[in-house]
Write a protein that binds this ligand. Structure first.
Ligand code: SAH
Ligand code: SF4
Length: 403
């Protein structure tokens, strides 16, 4: 259908006088339907057309996985060219891919740069294939401001929050790499990414709006269509945001508990000093929508001699009484310089026995992708590693000059 766009007078999202420099194209990835409509309105599209165009673009971007406006053949050729001149749907690019012996795939992704000539920052996403399901672990921030002492990401100071587009972009790129778009010839019922966990780098509840908006896009039935029940948001315990997460995000919730006394948890998850265990568990009891069919997952990393005694296991069971809960025991994944060791296997089994006898099923999570540093808590982006090695090189240069 022809369109009556008039971009000669209203290019990109703001009117330009002849003296002003040309504007960079606006990336529409991650905009909500309303925001996308506003962007099209600002671009000069007549009001009566907007709803239909938003639907067509939504389908092209999130259902068919298209990147190039030229391929969006449901739009007229003329409109495709005009949209392509004003907007992009750029997503992160894969810098490296590592494949574990167990099939886990870790991608180092470079985000789209917002400064010309400066490469965008990097984050990691991990895909974990299992029998009958495939889980994509997504990052919410570059680095993390929290400093959990057993977590590698916690040693990386925050660079910044990811935008909604950068969060959704991780799923799009994973589908590219896995060949999971409808035109790949795969049966669309046979999905590769069936579940999402917000368990990559960062604390999702410290980037609330962007995570919420991204997950709304991911679960939109006319696009990526992953139900909120297949999305788990993991938090280290940002108590004041937990109720909002239930009301406004409505995903499954996982809590990084890791300690059963405030004394131990203060050391492992320093945020506990602000929001101690009792307050955290109260917030869990009141999590909107929690029920036996929608249990909260409690993650518990097994650290040798720190939190792995039988008394700890019994206290864990006691603390969780009355909360519809699942327990995930996670063998600690070491990283270079980490100050802890993983509990012995027999200790983990004894701990698991106590938990099992209290009625919690199959709680030990097998570490995946350890050989490629893709397991929980091992993620740390190359940007920071590279910066560290650059610093080291400069120091070494300075030292050699001083000699
Ligand atoms: N910031 C959020 C989500 C990202 S961390 C949170 O803390 O919940 C994802 C999960 O990996 C958390 O349960 C975290 O406690 C766990 N984790 C971090 N470092 C780990 C390590 N070295 N070994 C095993 N699990 C780890
Ligand atoms: Fe941040 Fe989660 Fe790692 Fe803690 S465990 S430092 S909250 S990413």
């Amino acid at each position: 259908m022809a369109t009556s766009l008039d971009i000669a007078h209203k290019p990109a999202s703001a009117p330009l006088s002849g003296a002003e420099p040309a504007r960079a194209k606006q990336n529409i990835l991650g905009l909500s339907r309303d925001e996308l409509g506003e962007a099209l309105g600002a671009f000069g599209m007549p009001e009566r057309e907007i709803k239909m165009r938003v639907g067509q673009l939504w389908n092209a971007i999130y259902n068919r996985g298209l990147i190039d406006f030229a391929d969006m053949t449901t739009l007229s050729k003329d409109l495709r060219a005009k949209l392509g001149a004003a907007f992009t749907v750029a997503r992160p690019e894969i810098v490296t891919e590592q494949k574990s012996v167990d099939g886990t795939r870790k991608w180092l992704l470079r985000l789209v740069s917002d400064k010309p000539g400066v490469p965008g920052p990097e984050v990691e996403a991990v895909y974990i294939p299992e029998e009958g399901r495939g889980t994509l672990c997504i990052s919410s921030q570059i680095g993390c401001t929290l400093t959990c002492t057993f977590c590698h990401t916690g040693t990386q100071t925050l660079v910044r929050n990811l935008t909604a587009g950068e969060i959704v972009g991780q799923l799009l790129v994973a589908r590219d790499a896995l060949g999971e778009w409808p035109n790949s010839g795969r049966n669309s019922d046979d999905r590769l990414v069936t579940n999402i966990v917000m368990m990559g780098m960062g604390e999702p509840l410290y980037n609330f709006e962007n995570v919420r908006d991204a997950l709304d896009i991911v679960s939109d039935g006319e696009g990526l269509s992953l139900s909120k029940r297949r999305i788990t948001l993991s938090t280290s315990g940002v108590v004041p945001m937990i109720e909002r997460a239930g009301n406004e995000i409505g995903s499954m919730l996982a809590i990084s508990l890791h300690g059963v006394t405030d004394e131990v948890r203060n050391k492992l998850v320093p945020l506990n000093k602000k929001y101690p265990i009792a307050e955290l568990l109260d917030a869990c009891r009141n999590y909107p929508g929690v029920s036996n069919a929608r249990r909260i997952t409690f993650e518990y990393v097994m650290l040798k001699g720190v939190n792995d005694s039988i008394a700890d296991a019994k206290e864990l069971v006691r603390l969780l009484k009355g909360i519809p809960a699942k327990i995930n025991l996670i063998p600690f994944n070491p990283w270079p310089g980490s100050p802890y060791e993983c509990s012995d296997w027999t200790t983990i089994e004894k701990f698991a026995d106590v938990v099992n006898r209290a009625g919690y099923a199959s709680p030990v999570r097998t570490p995946r992708g350890r050989d490629i540093m893709a397991a929980c808590g091992q993620l740390k982006s190359e940007t920071v590693k590279a910066r560290a090695s650059e610093r080291f090189k400069t120091q070494a240069d300075d030292q050699s000059k001083a000699l």
